[in-house]
Design a protein around this ligand. Sequence first.
Ligand code: SF4
Length: 397
Amino acid sequence: MTTARRTTRKFRVGNAYIGGDAPVLIQTMTATKTTDVSATAASVKTLAEAGAGLVRVAVDSPNDAKALAEIRRLTLGVANISVDLQENFRLAEAVAPYVDKIRYNPGHLGRLEPELSWQKKVEFLVETARANDCALRVGVNCGSVDPVKLARYKELVAQNGGVAPEGESVFAPLLESALEHVDFLDSLNFDRYCVSIKDSDPETVVLANRRFAELRPQIPLHLGVTEAGAPPRGVLKSRLALETLLNEGIGETLRVSLTVEANRKTEEIEAGRAILANVAAGTVVDPATKLPALNVVSCPSCSRVQNGRFVELARRLEAAAEFARDYPLKIATMGCRVNGPGETDDADVGLWCGADRVNLKSGGELVGAFGYDEIVDKALELLREKIREYDAKHAQN
Ligand code: SF4
């Protein structure tokens, strides 16, 4: 049975609202090169017309920021735009005049100007947002958790014989990071923000967001499963997490991240709409639905993709790895060097795609870099090796 939606704080993002009595806002992201102004402006318009209440654009450099100004001019009144800051929190100043919302990742704040405390950096972001009529999102992600919190958690697990101590959970560092930032933003009397706590495992997304909603019921939540992968698996993973949470009344905005080409990004909006319709109709997916033991993740791609063949590669590898579906191993395929190296660290078979070559990693270690035509065979070779290791280990037990 569907529970009534909870009532959180409400804030404005351009001409839309998130939280309170506002309908759940569907978001998506462009995957064209941001410096290709006409293609990106066209994509922003198409996505807004398809139902995206907020469209995110990747900005990494002064050139991207310059392009963003023009994209804003071409889409003003048609779309609400957000950007995500990666490691360069200072870019906020250059992009804020042209966007409605800025997402920052607490796990990335330490890298630029390490001598400055994260509190000073967040103060800077808040001042910038205030001066430019922008909202914020605190975007916590499993692939880039605050390193201090992650290290503390790993130490606790190590001290406890390799398992999480009672009262600790796999999402503890994510939750802790989100709570810390919420409390700090509140101390600055800034309330135009939402929080996202994303993981590639739908169950972790449910548990972490449910707990956050219990602890800070007034804060709007942006729901999403990160690196959910290509459809149909990516849609199913997202349904498992988002329909479960929305059915409990949790979630004020959402994004279904799918590994699809730039011209298919409307599928993210369609999937988001279908999720909301399922919740309204009471036809949500059974939360006990089992996914294959083999965890295949891939990023949704964005402007940072360095080779357009990434999407097709991720799809091809997923299909070719079907024979291993019953093994509890992880394959991760990422589209760029910005997040690829970090977000493949915990994969048994990790690929991050460069311009001409794809880096293959095994349990965080680089195996080599291979051409786009040979990488699937190399990855499958590594996967078979991991299966042999797994079988040998379990035959001994
Ligand atoms: S891994 Fe890179 S290409 Fe993929 S979504 Fe993240 S930033 Fe974009």
